[in-house]
Design a protein around this ligand. Structure first.
Ligand code: ZN
Length: 63
């Protein structure tokens, strides 16, 4: 995976932080307020995969 981190907002303190794409759909803890919450995969993983495929296509067209 090229893109392995995404930015999310904590639902408790509204601060933005990065989580690994693998954590999407499971519970994560906020580094600021230390609360745990579930992240939902609203097509985030497939959006990341699409973005990666676009990058790979662009790169292979350049070579
Ligand atoms: Zn927080």
């Amino acid at each position: 995976m090229i893109i392995d981190k995404i930015d999310i907002d904590c639902p408790y303190c509204n601060k933005e932080f990065s989580i690994s794409v693998d954590s999407v759909g499971s519970s994560v803890s906020c580094p600021f307020c230390k609360k745990e919450f579930m992240t939902e995969d609203d097509g985030i993983k497939s959006a990341v995969e699409d973005a990666e495929n676009d990058i790979l296509n662009t790169l292979s067209n350049l070579l």
